[in-house]
Design a protein around this ligand. Structure first.
Ligand SMILES: [Zn+2]
Length: 93
């Protein structure tokens, strides 16, 4: 279960939010699970950035959006089928 999760994380290249305690800037960076964390803030080059844990929220959102899109497609197919059936009924009249 854990290895599947890690694989998904690697493939997705999650976006992490970073926060600098020196200049208080916040920014996003794409990082693979094995990529090292940035050691210096790219803005002031003094502060040590720390990771803001927001990734789980975005991942959950993504999954939900995908599910909704799939459901929409199914709905659409179902609707087309109904129209097709109606057209056939009308043609045989
Ligand atoms: Zn900084």
């Amino acid at each position: 279960m854990l290895s599947v999760f890690q694989m998904t994380m690697e493939e997705r290249m999650p976006k992490y939010k970073f926060d600098c305690e020196e200049c208080n800037r916040q920014w996003w960076e794409w990082l693979g699970i094995k990529d090292p964390l940035p050691e210096k803030c790219p803005h002031c080059e003094q502060g040590k950035p720390f990771k803001v844990p927001t990734n789980f929220v975005t991942m959950k959102k993504e999954v939900q959006e995908k599910k909704t899109a799939k459901e929409n497609v199914v709905d659409h197919i179902e609707e087309n089928r109904k129209i097709l059936k109606q057209m056939k009924t009308e043609a045989t009249k």
